[in-house]
Design a protein around this ligand. Structure first.
Ligand code: PA5
Length: 428
């Protein structure tokens, strides 16, 4: 469950402000739920994903787990951020410490160092590949796939390497789909009406998550519950829509940057996934809130000064996790040279929760509005719920801003220039 608190907003947002957005919200809701344009398939994905697809995902994950020390996930943007976010959320920032089949992400940059290091690491390992690309032609992903495909072919031979390649792509079109059909690679579907940044609840996220041992049914259960919960047009009864409204009010009051921050390091990639979701969905037509992220308390020691005292162009949305299953206590020390005995018997989780309260008060005082989102735990159910919460609030927020939250025309400009520089043939 996601609980939204407005406790730190009283100074910045009035009831009147919220009510004044009701009409925009109602229009946004009906726009989102109409069948006018494509890209809305994610809305019902938690209920629509077929049991056959789920069985296929689980059985591929089992095969990968039993045959491979390493799974390499090749993809960029929406084709990898959600999977990585989910694995870190459920396992740890250092998730590979705990996994028998280690999972590495590549093809999300053009860094030759990243490719070299992973090739080196994999030399003595058994390896499978999950290549993820909706269009099937993204250059970072395609280049990495060619390199790692060659690596597998050298290691296992062309015939045997086929059994180690899993392609997640559009079901009917694109170069990856074509190659998968020609070579006989196993394929998983990215539904045509689900865009990259909204695709984590398809095989894009679910296959790597399943390899990491996640209960994918429970992820979909959380997402389904969120899907059924966040439909009310009454702002006070719908925290998902309330989040969209609050951030648009703050934007209208001059807050052009949103910092999503968490007090748990394992949410670091969830913040990265959120940045792409909101940045690519809203940043168009010279409009949009710039999404940024920080991990506390770590970043309070690097960015805390700016946040307290710098140009207050931003607001914060803070995610805290209620349960602390670890209960790590500060031990007693009879010498007490470090003067920490006042904390004896307190858990690190408790100290973290006090850091949140102290920081939220200090930042509110410094004219930085704080929206507070609390989740209960970092389990599968909460992950699915939170993903859906953000996807829907993002789409609604985009509509209220007056942009199409499902396209990304701006990312083509650099690609055109790069292909020209690289001499790509016109007909490619
Ligand atoms: O959200 C998006 O559409 C993008 O971030 C894509 O996911 C990203 O560009 C990768 O595209 P593709 O999956 O076609 O390789």
């Amino acid at each position: 469950m996601v609980k939204l608190s407005t406790r730190y907003l009283e100074k910045f947002i009035t009831e009147k402000d919220i009510n004044s957005f009701q009409k925009k919200l109602t229009t946004a809701h009906f726009e989102l739920h109409s069948n006018d344009i494509g890209g809305k398939g994610w809305l019902n994905l938690p209920a629509n994903i077929s049991s056959e697809e789920l069985l296929k995902i689980k059985s591929a994950a089992q095969r990968i787990n039993s045959s491979s020390d390493v799974l390499i996930v090749i993809g960029i943007g929406g084709s990898y951020l959600g999977a990585r976010a989910g694995i870190e959320f459920l396992r740890s920032l250092n998730y590979n410490y705990f996994l028998k089949t280690k999972i590495f992400f590549i093809g999300n940059s053009l860094s030759s160092a990243d490719i070299f290091e992973l090739l080196k690491f994999c030399e003595s390992k058994d390896v499978s590949i999950n290549v993820v690309s909706k269009s099937g032609g993204t250059i970072e992903c395609a280049v990495a796939f060619r390199i790692f495909r060659r690596f597998l072919e050298k290691k296992y031979g062309k015939e045997k390497s086929r059994e180690r390649i899993y392609c997640t792509t559009d079901p009917t079109k694109g170069l990856l789909k074509k190659m998968a059909c020609e070579e006989g690679y196993e394929t998983f579907e990215i539904p045509p009406d689900v865009g990259g940044r909204y695709s984590v609840l398809s095989a894009v996220g679910l296959l790597p998550l399943s390899v990491a041992g996640a209960d994918v049914n429970e992820i979909l259960h959380g997402a389904s519950d969120a899907m059924n919960t966040f439909n009310s047009l009454e702002i006070s009864k719908n925290d998902c829509y309330k989040y969209s409204v609050l951030r648009n009010i703050l934007y209208s009051k001059g807050k052009a940057v949103e910092i999503l921050a968490s007090y748990e390091s394992r949410l670091k990639y969830l913040l990265e996934w959120w940045k792409q979701l909101f940045g690519e969905s809203e940043g168009k037509c010279k409009k949009g809130i710039f999404p940024s992220s920080l991990v506390f308390t770590s970043d309070l020691h690097s960015m805390g000064q700016f946040m307290q005292d710098g140009n207050p162009i931003f607001f914060e949305t803070i995610i805290t996790v209620l349960n602390d299953p670890y209960k790590i206590l500060v031990p007693h020390d009879s010498l007490n040279v470090d003067k920490l005995n006042y904390l004896v018997g307190k858990t690190v989780g408790y100290i973290n929760s006090q850091a949140f309260l102290a920081t939220a008060d200090a930042h509110t005082y410094a004219e930085v509005p704080n929206i507070h989102l609390q989740i209960d735990d970092t389990n599968e159910y909460e992950l699915g719920y939170l993903i859906y919460f953000f996807q829907k609030s993002c789409a609604i927020s985009g509509y209220m801003l007056g942009v199409n939250p499902f396209d990304q025309p701006g990312v083509e400009a650099y690609k055109r220039n790069m292909f020209k520089l690289l001499g790509r043939p016109e007909d490619t």
